[in-house]
Design a protein around this ligand. Structure first.
Ligand code: MSP
Length: 646
């Protein structure tokens, strides 16, 4: 089956933030899921560059609009890459391939009488890029509840698009296709909006020049929303591109609730006027808001750098959080504390810990060689039945564009897997000579559960399946969606590894805010202490060039003191090549401050500074640890601060 999915195209007037990323991450999860189903997927995203607000922002930066957007577009692409977004095409509305299609469509609609010339007299909201009539304004301001900003009076010659002509046909389509606008709350909103009467839409402007010119009347530029919506088919080579034949109509067009109106009213009417079929689903999700219910926005100063967040927690964890917290039909709450909670509980404690504890036991009790299972008991049968149920629910949830629902189901399976470990208590079986076959069955089942989790989480956290395949012997072909409820796939005799924790726990206990966090290994469960104390396996090989990026220096500790109200942190002043650096280090439980003064320690000198407890730490000192023991690495002889460690 062909499957075409689109995100809205983003205004590149400012860099994307974590809230904006939701639409794209959700679309990516659906695209990846459909690829796993074997569909022929096309996933489109891009940027909406011909808006008046772009001109205003560029002017404020004293830049030419094109030069300005070129920079911001790069940030979008970098963010999508950092978040592992698997888009097939990225369209920019300043590209020629798009402009010619917009002009062609404008002329066609004009020629067939759907666009006509008249005069616009009314209001315009530039932040929303929306026309409003006087009667719609709320206290003279933009009536969009998420905006409520100043509007401007316009009186200019304009072209109009006859929305009113298509009102009845659109309503009929919505009534006959209950799945067209989702979720149902948005559908009802749209029906009410259309029933209240559609007015013809102003589709050109003459008071500025930035944008696509009306081909037969070039003092007009095309209204940005008409221009932008067309991207979904210009990217397929409208009117006669092969891709258009292959992929149109789109299967899912996903977007935030604020712009459903454009996609469920203006867009279908454009398509009707062009004689093209309508998308199968227009899906409007909620917004990510701050803890106090406010908008995440630059002007409110609550935007965290998305790249920094990804660097700190990893793209899989951010994706998981975004997808898990946004329930259908409602808004989600974003805060770094919530993110860390989810990471620690769902990813480190539940999922990651199951993977590492179960494989550690295969390593410990069978030297990493997957044993041949014996007879199943009711416990294994229950797990099998649950895997079928869960896979079915995940399929259903994703067919409704509900990644949160899908993840909730998958975590039912994760919980059951952890319970299975406790119920079967392999550490006790290992001690009983007559229970070795039972232990084989349990260990084999562990490995199968890990494989199934690698498949089920693949659409949401694309970094996980390759890691799980490596742990399970390196066969990349283990990730087959149809095998997520099949058992007996892993060959006995396969060699598995315990590997590193998939998700290191983030320790917040010693910090007052999540902004100051540091990864640590998950708490081992009591009975597995011995396993947890085994040495971590050696990490993946790196080249000498990669190693040489590290700048390690000897530094002389000038002073050391405890960071107030923390148990673990010491603040050190360290001299390196005549420069004094502040370094915060979590070694207070192992060293009294005076033990370190005048010592020569090894410092990672080119580590990006980070804030811990409000103190900027400009580097990291090296220490070796095993279990409870920790030893700071020191140079035995006095060396000048700044000497390189190679
Ligand atoms: N350019 C138009 C779309 C044109 S599509 C033909 C636009 N761009 S936008 O950059 O303002 O928004 C892009 C998407 O990001 C929208 O789906 C919007 O709802 C979404 N979000 C912006 N902030 C968001 C959150 N805080 N949370 C979730 N989604 C958010 O509108």
């Amino acid at each position: 089956m062909n499957y075409y999915i689109t995100t809205p195209i983003f205004y590149p007037n400012s860099s994307p933030h974590i809230g904006t990323a939701y639409t794209t991450v959700a679309a990516d999860a659906l695209a990846r899921y459909h690829r796993l189903l074997g569909d022929n997927v096309r996933f489109l995203t891009g940027t909406d560059e011909n808006a008046q607000k772009i001109v205003r922002t560029a002017e404020a930066h004293q830049m030419d609009p094109k030069a300005y957007v070129d920079g911001v577009v790069l940030r979008f692409q970098e963010l999508w890459n950092a978040l592992d977004i698997s888009y097939d095409d990225f369209i920019r509305t300043t590209e020629q391939r798009h402009e010619v299609v917009v002009q062609q469509i404008f002329s066609k609609l004009y020629d067939q009488g759907d666009i006509y010339k008249s005069e616009y007299s009314g209001w315009y909201c530039t932040p929303c890029e929306t026309f409003w009539t006087e009667s719609k304004l709320v206290e003279g301001k933009c009536p969009n509840p998420d905006c409520l900003r100043e509007v401007e009076l316009l009186k200019e010659e304009s072209y109009f698009f006859r929305l009113s002509k298509y009102q009845d046909a659109l309503l009929k389509h919505i009534q006959e296709h209950p799945e067209f606008i989702q979720p149902v709350s948005r559908r009802n909103e749209m029906i009410r909006f259309i029933e209240s009467g559609l007015e013809d839409l102003c589709v050109s402007r003459t008071t500025f020049k930035w944008g696509i010119k009306v081909p037969f009347d070039p003092k007009h530029v095309v209204y940005v929303w008409l221009d932008a919506l067309i991207n979904y088919i210009s990217a397929l080579g409208y009117p006669d591109g092969e891709l258009l034949k292959e992929y149109w109509p789109a299967n899912v067009q996903i977007m935030g609730k604020d712009i459903v109106r454009f996609h469920a009213v203006i867009w279908p009417i454009i398509l009707m006027a062009l004689g093209l079929p309508l998308p199968k689903v227009v899906y409007g999700h909620g917004w990510y808001l701050t803890k106090d219910g406010g908008k995440i926005s630059k002007s409110r100063g609550n935007v965290q750098d998305s790249f920094e967040l990804i660097q700190r927690y990893g793209s899989d964890a951010i994706r998981y959080f975004l997808l898990r917290e946004m329930q259908v039909g409602t808004d989600g709450t974003y805060s770094e504390d919530n993110l860390v909670d989810r990471l620690n509980s769902d990813l480190a404690n539940d999922f990651g810990n199951f993977v590492s504890r179960s494989l550690a036991m295969v390593v410990k009790f069978r030297e990493g060689i997957v044993p041949r299972p014996g007879q199943d008991t009711l416990l294994e049968q229950e797990l099998r039945a649950l895997s079928s149920e869960v896979k079915k629910s995940v399929d259903e949830s994703l067919s409704r564009c509900d990644p949160a629902g899908a993840l909730e189901q998958i975590w039912r399976f994760v919980a059951r897997c952890n319970k299975y470990v406790d119920e079967t208590a392999p550490w006790a079986l290992a001690k009983q000579g007559d229970q070795q076959e039972r232990l084989n069955t349990v260990l084999y089942t562990f490995v199968e559960c890990v494989r199934i989790l690698g498949i089920l989480t693949a659409p949401f956290m694309p970094g996980i399946p390759p890691r799980i395949c490596t742990l399970l012997g390196g066969d990349a072909g283990l990730i087959r969606w149809e095998e997520a409820d099949q058992w007996g796939i892993i060959n006995p005799e396969t060699c598995v590894q315990k590997g590193e924790q998939l998700f290191p726990r983030i320790d917040v206990s010693q910090f007052s805010t999540a902004e100051e966090t540091k990864p640590m290994t998950p708490e081992p469960k009591q009975e597995e202490q011995a396993t947890a104390l085994e040495f971590e396996p050696i990490k993946e090989e790196i080249s000498i060039e990669e190693f040489s990026k590290l700048d390690l220096r000897v530094g002389k500790v000038l002073s050391a003191e405890k960071v107030p109200k923390t148990e673990k942190l010491l603040k050190l002043e360290i001299e390196i090549s005549g420069e004094v650096r502040t370094v915060v280090s979590g070694i207070a439980k192992h060293y009294a401050p005076e033990e370190l003064v005048n010592k020569f320690v090894v410092v990672v000198a080119n580590l990006k500074p980070t804030k811990l407890r409000g103190i900027t730490s400009q580097g990291m000192i090296l220490a070796a640890s095993h279990g409870e023991v920790l030893e700071v690495l020191m140079a035995a002889k006095d060396l000048p601060g700044g000497a390189q460690v190679k």
